[in-house]
Design a protein around this ligand. Sequence first.
Ligand SMILES: [Cu+2]
Length: 320
Amino acid sequence: MNIPSNIITLIAGIILTMISLWYGQNHGLMPVAASEEATQVDALFNLMVTIACGLFLIVQGTLIFCVLKFRRKKGDTTDGPPIEGNIPLEIVWTAIPTIIVFVLSIYSFEIYNNMGGLDPMASMASHHSPAQHHHHEPMLAMTGEQSQLSLGIGDSPDENSNSPVYVDVNGIQYAWIFNYTDSGIVSGELRVPVKHPVHLNLKAGDVIHAFWLPEFRLKQDAIPGKDTTLVFTPTRIGEYPIICAELCGAYHGGMKSRLYVLSESDYEKWLQENIMAQSAQEANTVAISTAEMSDAEYLAPYAQEMGVNQEIITQLRPIQ
Ligand SMILES: [Cu+2]
């Protein structure tokens, strides 16, 4: 059997490429992708896995092939041939990694830009004014709160996108507190409607924390005294972990919360229920305020405890 070596090389190359392409799509290393951003990050990650798989097979394949093919024959005590340098080979193995690095850097830069990484100002400027979505005015033209510089991942302006949800996120040792700017709801868990852009404004109350959503492929630092932004669009209804990814103290490992992506109607329902619950709570707080109570109201719980008739207390007059 005498197959020309370049045919063998070609066949090996095809097999290697097919294995790499398959593994790049089927590595199973990532959790489910639950945001628009995740799809882009995964595309880059899959490309890197494909390349890494190909390189691994080439390097390890060559190594194993050489160990078997060029092993010392029995009784052979001669030296190997004195090979010194190979210019074309060196050019090839320098050029290929260079091209790979260029492709990956341009591609990842493109994705970062798509996700609004270079334009976090846009998300600040468009706060509560969707009409301005496409106007990237220079910083000097902005006034008031809009001039506040914010670092982070902004959004890619999209005319067809649904109305955004704005949430202030406060990271403290050891919890995340979510404050819905539009409805005033305060919660320890984040609930968002599916397919609506979510604008998070991150603050830290004590030390640096990091807001990490593995299923959304996003992570953003929460820095004391410096607001940061994170904008994403959930695409998949479900329950996902929120993890603090910055060692922030003794109970850093317990700084976890949940993110619930709800259908639009479920989200509306939750919003209404919580606005009602919150205003009922506020109403209760007012009633309990002792300054506004009559003496009878104030004494009622004590009287009951002491077995004093409610009617006697209503007879009480303030001392003149
Ligand atoms: Cu933390």
